[in-house]
Design a protein around this ligand. Sequence first.
Ligand code: CS2
Ligand code: MG
Length: 403
Amino acid sequence: MIISDAYLIVTSPGRNFVTLKIVTESGVYGIGDATLNGRELAVVAYLEEHVLPTLIGRDASRIEDIWHFLYRGAYWRRGPVTMSAIAAVDLALWDIKAKAAGMPLYQLLGGKSRERVMTYAHCTGKDIDACLNEVDKHVKLGYRAVRVQTGVPGIPTTYGVTKKAGERYEPADSELPSENVWSTEKYLNHVPKLFAAVREQFGEDLHILHDVHHRLTPIEAARLAKEVEPYHLFWLEDCVPAENQESFRLIRQHSTTPLAVGEVFNSIHDYRELLEAQLIDYVRTPLSHGGGITHVRRIADLASLYHVRTGFHGATDLSPVCLGAAIHFDTWVPNFGIQEHMPHEAIVGTVFSYDYEFVDGHFIVGETPGHGVDIDEQLAKQYPYKRASLPVNRLEDGTLWHW
Ligand code: CS2
Ligand code: MG
């Protein structure tokens, strides 16, 4: 299983994706997701300059050894660019190994722990009524869980909310960062009403999730987590910037609302204090940003010691390659929690093929050897890269605020 070629496919069917293809002498190939939203070409440069040349001639079956060659050998360890680059190689190598073994990836990991993988939908609206309409639409599609986000009265735009009903929001929505205005006070006075309205209309069984996008101080997050206890959320996500892990002790002291964190984390070391002190309930690092299967399964295992479950990030800036591999991981991992599902635009499905199915709010994993996702390289060429950036966030007084 000697690696004979490794190259990137950068394509933008509706949004930018970076896909790594690793080919072995036998002709068996694997693909990995190297997409880092808003920093795609940084990962391209890292891979093309410092990684891909080192892979040629190596034995593709030695996944663990290659992982450590790229991690320990990098000297400059960790970080989103490095760990996304390593993840792309890792996903491609696991794809190759499963293909060579003639089995779907979940079998190679240890077989099924469940028949289907629960997902949550994005339900957003400029106001509560618009959001409730989206919840109704998605409940009718079979979702058991919804992430609800709305505009905030008194501020013009809110990240994570579509500009028009029924549209999906695109995280990187302008070539250079656009500027959003934020008011924590207006947000905190508003958002509990959203959860009350969802419970009022849809009852107690629907799982409600919400993403704060790192914007609160610890005491503000503690206030929100406490105030929303009556609505028993499935989780409150990214309520504070998580570099300061001490913050979560304060939140935990005040509330039983489950906490999810980690879509911007990229290694097990980011979680250690949070897990050992049992400060969180779900880990979010996706396979494509956390060093791939080889590393994220270690995060999942450490989390399981503290009854913490997985809840992989799955927005549209994670390609079908990442989602396809995640569904295999979700099908296997014993401490599975939930899988984010923000459907890609139809055009993405013309470039990427996959064998997973979406049925009644759940994913059903496919049986194709490997992770079951492939890319049409010719078609991919029709969609050239176009720089796109995530917005930034300012308070009403102009302060550049947390994301
Ligand atoms: C959000 C994302 O899906 C989520 O939980 O946080 O929209 C996230 O902001 C983007 O994926 C960032 O690229
Ligand atoms: Mg998020």
